[in-house]
Ligand binder design. Structure first.
Ligand code: G1P
Length: 293
């Protein structure tokens, strides 16, 4: 069986929930502590052993490419100023992985964005990792999926329980539990009304897919919001090949959502060796005031 060697990171969406900040600035470049979100996504792929990464961008996303490119001027500045620590950090970014960029000229949906990677991916299983989703986990979430794929040969989707009305923002699964954390998918529906949702088990934005998905995307008509939805193509793939879901171990943050971004700052800030203790001290001060916030 072929091993997953490539990841596709769709990063072409507008980031509407973050406007006006995302008017010119890609949401994938939002900072979490000292790195943009997309760097966390690339680092998760690399930690899982993936070195070949295709980022799907769009017209207003040029800073993503620049971030992973060398900056000779800045390197010289840091070198001359004897700021080795920062110099190393910015050099490391360029050597993280083999990155390829493909532009989606029109925003026609997540399915269409993934379809842009078809020639690069070829006839191999591959990972899809949303460019605005980061995880805190012991084992990278994408690696957890790769292990399920290696054991079963099937496409597998990271899943997460989402409370009540919030299911309307997700792809939702109708699935039967067949093992610890493992489910066999019967159906998938993109952003249903809460009363129509088949369950509270939602698609969490990380996938390992067989290359059969590309032909399924070709057969997928625009769906929710007039866009070619990856979820609708997954439905077709499931019919052909079957499909699994994995309730992943760890925590997920959707950075395209302001509360998600704030919470990620909070957890990663508290975990940070330098900033964590300072944050704790500040939180204590806030709560010790006569009128706590
Ligand atoms: C996308 C997918 C959806 C999934 C979600 C996870 O939606 O279409 O199925 O549940 O990511 O974040 P988006 O958030 O891009 O609207």
């Amino acid at each position: 069986m072929l091993v997953v060697m490539k990841a596709v990171i769709p990063a072409a969406g507008w980031g509407v929930r973050f406007l006006p900040l995302t008017k010119e600035q890609p949401k994938e470049m939002l900072p979490v502590i000292d790195k943009p979100v997309i760097q966390y996504v690339v680092e998760e792929a690399v930690k899982a052993g993936i070195q070949d990464i295709i980022i799907i961008t769009g017209r207003h996303k040029r800073t993503i490419e620049d971030h992973f490119d060398r900056s000779f001027e800045l390197e010289a500045l840091l070198q001359n100023g004897n700021r080795q620590e920062y110099l190393q950090k910015i050099k490391d970014i360029c050597n993280l992985a083999n990155l390829h960029f493909i532009r989606q000229k029109e925003q026609k949906g997540l399915g269409d964005a993934v379809y842009h990677a078809r020639y690069h991916v070829g006839d191999e299983p591959f990972a899809v990792m949303l460019g605005d989703t980061i995880h805190v986990s012991d084992v990278p979430v994408v690696k957890q999926l790769m292990d399920v794929h290696a054991a079963t040969g099937k496409s597998v989707i990271a899943a997460e329980r989402v409370p009540g009305p919030k299911v309307k923002d997700y792809g939702v699964l109708d699935a039967r539990k067949i093992g610890d954390r493992l489910y066999d998918i019967d159906d998938l529906v993109e952003k249903p009304k809460p009363e129509d949702a088949p369950s509270d088990l939602c698609i969490a934005g990380t996938y390992v897919l067989t290359p059969g998905i590309f032909e399924c995307i070709e057969r997928t008509a625009p769906g929710y919001n007039g866009e070619v939805q990856l979820t609708d193509a997954l439905r077709l793939l499931k019919e052909k090949e079957g499909m699994l879901a994995w309730e992943f171990e760890g925590r997920r943050y959707d950075i395209g959502d302001i509360p998600g971004w704030l919470n990620a700052q909070f957890e990663l800030g508290l975990r940070h060796p330098i900033y964590g203790p300072k944050m704790r001290e500040h939180i204590r001060t806030l709560y010790q005031n006569e009128k706590p916030i």
